[in-house]
Design a protein around this ligand. Structure first.
Ligand SMILES: *Cc1c(COP(=O)(O)O)cnc(C)c1O
Length: 384
């Protein structure tokens, strides 16, 4: 096994291995926001649910210093931060983040999906960025405390959820180049609606042959803002051409698929085989990717993690060997891909219709998340 943590398959503690949320939440004592959103504002937000626009009344927080370690764990009013203009994150981008969701079930309870995985992944990312690890139980505790304080912000309309965004960054006011001695951890929350307002529509993907998001030995396997910064220009250029997202190729040979800016990519062949790029250290290990592969393998399907060469894939799409293609990540769960194009080529995947495997996976995974199917994998963790 590799000594590089970014090449190891992450699991983290399962829902059953974690202490109950009510026992973890007190680790982040609550100071109630004295001026929470009024009823009118709250109603307006919950009626228009979009992605990452509105935030709840509180945020979870802890501070790390090289001398004292983690301290000051708390939940307090959501508010702007005070930061030195010399804060290291603003200059050297020492930052990592996570993304998960809290789901309201029909009986009113609130659950999240594999928080132990996200806790473990944040620490893998933190290691790469020379940031301190946050104990996994504290990560989960911060979410339990935040959601307990902001219960009213967990929507209950179909397909909606409370998006949780934990993140950690270097606050030390110092322009010298080394890992910071002062770090802040925060978790904020945003009520979000169903990602597909116009239904489960396949999107067009632009394959970037002149920009890359990550290279060997770089930060590709870390969930860090820097990787997103690298993806913004090609993303903007693709959007101008009418494409929804960019798929990146490996930086070394520019020949095989890695992933989208914030989603992993999966191919379903006409013979039923499922393929996805293997974890090479330059792609981010998605929790959605992992869950989907587990569901497919559990259903007896052949699943391969391997190198997927663009040239071969284009041929296989044209010949009909590829039946379905989709991208996956927490925010949208599954995004069907109906078209793939690059500088001098353009192919349509399966007449641009999301196929049965894509649809069934979307239903199966979201049913588990919303408590509509049994959680046989022990993925769901009760927050409230
Ligand atoms: C977050 C992220 C994903 C998806 O991960 P999930 O755990 O499924 O949400 C994929 N690629 C990148 C680059 C990401 O940052």
């Amino acid at each position: 096994m590799s000594t590089r943590p970014d090449l190891q398959v992450l699991t983290g503690p399962s829902a059953a291995e974690l202490p109950a949320a009510r026992d973890l939440a007190p680790r982040f004592p609550l100071t109630v926001n004295p001026s929470p959103a009024d009823e009118e504002t709250y109603r307006a937000v919950m009626d228009r649910l979009s992605f990452g626009v509105d935030f709840t009344d509180h945020m979870a927080r802890a501070t790390w210093t090289v001398d004292a370690g983690w301290q000051g764990h708390r939940v307090e009013a959501y508010a702007p931060l005070t930061l030195s203009p010399a804060a290291a994150v603003l200059h050297y981008a020492q930052e990592v983040f996570e993304g998960l969701k809290a789901y309201r079930h029909a009986d009113g309870s609130v659950w999240t999906f594999r928080p132990g995985f996200n806790a473990a992944r944040m620490n893998t990312s933190a290691n790469r960025l020379a940031l301190p690890e946050l104990p996994e139980e504290d990560f989960v505790a911060s979410l339990a405390a935040l959601v307990a304080a902001d219960d009213r912000w967990v929507p209950s309309t179909p397909g909606s959820s409370l998006y949780l965004r934990p993140f950690m960054f270097a606050t030390e006011a110092f322009l010298g180049v080394r890992s910071a001695h002062e770090v802040e951890y925060l978790a904020i929350a945003s009520p979000v609606g169903p990602y597909f307002v116009e239904g489960f529509q396949p999107v067009g993907i632009w394959v970037s042959e002149d920009h890359h998001r990550a290279g060997a030995g770089g930060m590709g396997a870390a969930k860090t803002g820097g990787n997103y910064a690298a993806s913004l220009l090609p993303q903007q250029q693709a959007a101008e051409k009418g494409f929804a997202q960019v798929c990146f190729l490996d930086a070394a040979t520019n020949t095989y698929l890695e992933e989208l800016g914030g989603m992993n990519v999966v191919i379903v062949d006409a013979d039923g085989t499922v393929r996805t790029p293997s974890l090479t250290g330059t792609i981010l290990q998605g929790g959605t990717r992992g869950a989907i592969l587990e569901l497919l393998r559990g259903a007896g399907r052949e699943v391969r993690e391997e190198t997927i060469y663009l040239e071969e894939l284009r041929r296989q799409i044209r010949s009909g060997q590829v039946a379905e293609m989709f991208a996956c990540g927490t925010a949208a769960v599954i995004t069907p891909i109906g078209r793939l194009a690059g500088a001098d080529w353009d192919v349509v995947v399966a007449d641009g219709d999301p196929g049965p495997v894509t649809r069934e996976l979307y239903t199966e995974l979201t049913d588990i998340q919303y408590g509509l199917r049994p959680d046989t994998h022990d993925w769901m963790y009760r927050l409230l």
